[in-house]
Design a protein around this ligand. Structure first.
Ligand code: GTP
Ligand code: SF4
Ligand code: MG
Length: 427
């Protein structure tokens, strides 16, 4: 049951001061000794993650954090790490004990509110003391419904589970599909999956298997082929497929082999829609036209391994972009949980498909770029753009195509006479 990928789990962060019983609560909720508990304040130093099945919600990921009132230089670092967990939290538990609601908790509640993260206050250690009426009133006044609990005795756990289900954000419950809305029941999608030396041994990668599962869940068919066999496979079909989806690296060949009246896109673009914001990424791709040789751009990969091939972000995309802009770009690589400290150092951020991230974290990264005024797009979009097949790849998504065309047209109007034209706006 715990095999669901991290990126599709509802991320539930557990926050509060030191020693209020955050780790005890995680252990009581999961009925396992996941996180170390002790009377010593500051026991949890790094975020502790525990995947589990929370019915009827399905797979979730609990994240226990270090106390937000930690002190000293190391304490400040721990608090920083805890605050980073906010970027991927979709539902927060705020644990309170005898100290009640102080300025620290209020600041945290404000941060949750700003980010539209639903929050469940848990008044823990009720076996020691009854929660103060003033605390209850102040929470209710903020529109929050606290649960009274004792993690040590396992009391209130059923109520917490129920409240978590009630609070789960709609975007999670009705998460955008990957591709099933583009392939009606009974219709077929052709998935083009290169099997080269860079493909992982003996298995498909996550975006491919998730796409197949999404089609099966919605009673559609999946025909999975390598790029060399695509043309013959298409010839054999009695009815045209509803969609062809390709690995971005095979885009050019697949575009050449797919009849123009068959919609075509890439896995990376499908995931840009499901995990992020397709319109924003489509507009972001336009920034490629403003790049000049030597400009600094960032390639961001969300995990340390890219199973599609080590060199996609390091070699292939920089090469295609360099060819497009007429000279090499200055490319920085960032990998893993830590996103760019300051995106404004870059002319453009190009993100990987984010299959390991949840939607909240991708949106946080988009938000950080927006705040810095830096365009962001993703691998698939950047590849399609630099190879000149962007409009074709966006055709299955009319709203994004329209947004892109409008941005391209207004950009063209603003360009001084004699400057470089926008090739894709005209294609
Ligand atoms: N009486 C009582 N003690 C509790 C309860 N929950 C936790 N404790 C105790 O409070 C102390 C701190 O518990 P932890 O779960 O380690 O608290 P924490 O918030 O994770 O603390 P840090 O990791 O230091 O931030 C331990 O001694 C627990 O046994 C409770 O409901 N009742
Ligand atoms: S680098 Fe990005 S797209 Fe590649 S496997 Fe990791 S999260 Fe998924
Ligand atoms: Mg702890």
């Amino acid at each position: 049951m715990n095999a669901a990928p991290r990126g599709v789990r509802l991320h539930i962060g557990i926050f509060g001061r030191r020693n209020v019983g955050k780790s005890s609560l995680l252990n009581a909720l999961t009925r396992q000794q996941v996180s170390i508990v002790s009377p010593e304040p500051g026991t949890t130093t790094d975020p502790v993650e525990k995947p589990m099945e929370l019915l009827p919600l399905g797979p979730v990921l609990f994240i226990d954090t270090a106390g937000l009132d930690d002190v000293g230089a190391l304490g400040a670092l721990r608090v920083e790490r805890t605050m980073k967990v906010l970027d991927r939290t979709e539902l927060a538990i705020l644990v309170l004990a005898e100290e009640g609601l102080g300025s620290l908790e209020i600041a945290l509640l404000d941060a949750f509110e700003q980010r539209k993260i639903p929050v469940l206050p848990v008044l823990n250690k009720s076996d020691v003391a009854k929660p103060a009426d003033a605390t209850l009133d102040r929470l209710l006044h903020r529109g929050l419904k606290p649960v009274i609990a004792s993690a040590a005795r396992g009391e209130g756990m059923a109520e917490i589970r129920e409240a978590l289900v009630d609070l789960a954000p709609d975007e999670y419950l009705n998460a955008p599909t990957i591709l099933s809305d583009l392939v009606p029941p009974g219709e077929c999608a052709v998935l083009v999956v290169p099997v080269d030396k860079e493909a992982p041994k003996g298995r498909l990668i996550l975006p491919q298997s998730q796409a197949i599962r999404d089609l099966l869940d919605h009673d559609a068919y999946a025909l999975v082929v390598k790029e060399r066999e695509l043309r013959e496979a298409l010839d054999r079909l009695k009815r045209k497929p509803a969609l062809v989806v390709t690995d971005s690296q095979a885009f050019l060949k697949v575009a050449a082999d797919t009849p123009p009246d068959v919609p075509l896109t890439s896995f990376s673009i499908l995931f840009a829609r499901q995990k992020g914001d397709l319109l924003q990424f489509a507009r972001g791709a336009l920034a490629i036209d403003s790049l000049k040789p030597g400009d600094r751009i960032a390639m961001a990969e969300a995990c340390s391994h890219h199973p599609i091939g080590e060199d996609i972000g390091r070699v292939k995309i920089p090469r295609w972009l360099g060819q497009y802009v007429g000279g090499a770009l200055n490319v920085d690589q960032v990998q893993g949980r830590d996103f760019l400290a300051d995106p404004k150092d870059y002319k453009l951020v190009i993100h990987c498909g984010s299959c390991m991230l949840n939607r909240r974290e991708v949106l946080s990264r988009i938000f950080a770029c927006n705040k810095a005024g830096v365009p962001i797009t993703n691998y698939g979009m950047a590849i399609a753009y630099s190879l000149g097949i962007f409009e074709r790849a966006l055709q299955p998504f009319p709203a994004a195509l329209e947004a892109y065309r409008q941005s391209a047209a207004s950009r063209k109007r603003m360009q001084p006479l004699g400057s470089k034209a926008t090739p894709h706006a005209e294609s």
